[in-house]
Design a protein around this ligand. Structure first.
Ligand code: PAF
Length: 280
């Protein structure tokens, strides 16, 4: 496995390699990331992963400074997972000039975007730059970051990029908590409380499956339950899977999404719901 830090070295290493499968990450890898790498591997193409904590997608007062940088441990996981090349640029390599932002749709200001202004512009900008640097055939993103995945699929369409976006299923701990690089920030008490987020999404999913259609009431009950157990809730929202906007009348392919803080740690999760969903 090669470890490269500059765009020039990356380009030289990928010369003539037009069919890579790419997994962009911010490092501090866990089993969920490794599942994405394995999914990339199954495309039968050389696998590239990036490790870059992107300052553009962190707002003032967020956890950019304390976000763990774990290059050596990350590489030790990537190599046995079948990664061929790791690209780990520093901030100057990624943003040599005052950065420009990618144009993104209004949906980027909803859900997580409403609570993290500029976040998705930062994500879209770095991913578009990484796509230009790596020029992959496939790119794999996890469904845990459902809104990010939705917006990045839109970005690929919007800019006619010749890239197929593959969706990685959310990997969960035994108690249901979605794996996240931020779970390591939780105290033991918070870690014990954290699976409630998933349990509430499962309840919403089951009730939608049973025919309940009062979305606002379902969202409010879950938000109150979280608040009652000490969470600071950003949102609980039932959306259309097709548009990620409020579901249209008669639409039955939903996704329930939630974001809330336990102490200083912001957790997000989602669950697809509807006639054909199994609520897991
Ligand atoms: O999901 C992430 O880890 C990041 O948002 C991404 C896609 C690597 C961009 O920095």
């Amino acid at each position: 496995m090669q470890l490269l830090h500059t765009v020039a070295d990356l380009r030289a290493a990928l010369k003539g390699e037009s069919e890579t499968a790419f997994v962009p990450t911010m490092g501090n890898l866990h089993t969920g990331h490794i599942a994405l790498v394995q999914q990339a591997r199954r495309q039968g193409r050389p696998v590239v992963a990036s490790l870059f904590v992107n300052p553009l997608q962190f707002g003032a007062g967020e956890d950019f400074e304390r976000y763990p940088r774990t290059l050596v441990a990350d590489c030790a996981q990537l190599e046995p997972a079948g990664c061929d090349l790791v690209f780990a640029p520093d901030v100057r390599e990624m943003y040599p000039e005052p950065q420009t932002f990618t144009v993104i749709p209004p949906l980027a200001d909803e859900l997580c975007g409403a609570h993290r202004p500029g976040h998705f512009a930062g994500v879209a900008t770095v991913v578009l730059k990484l796509f230009n640097m790596v020029q992959p055939r496939y790119a794999v993103f996890g469904k845990k970051d459902y809104q990010q995945l939705f917006l990045l699929k839109g970005l690929v369409r919007q800019f006619n990029l010749p890239i197929t976006v593959l969706e990685g299923e959310t990997v969960r701990a035994e108690d249901g908590l979605a794996l996240s690089s931020r779970n390591g920030f939780l105290s033991p008490e918070e870690r014990a409380e954290a699976p409630r987020l998933y349990r509430l999404l499962k309840q919403i999913c089951a009730r939608l499956g049973a025919g309940e259609t009062d979305f606002a009431a379902l969202e409010a009950v879950a938000a109150q339950e979280l608040a009652h157990h000490g969470w600071e809730v950003d949102y609980v929202s039932i959306r259309s899977r097709r548009t990620l906007l409020a579901p249209a009348a008669g639409e039955r392919d939903w996704v329930a999404l939630a974001a809330a803080r336990l102490g200083r740690t912001r957790l997000i999760d989602n669950l697809e719901a509807g006639a054909a969903s199994v609520c897991e």
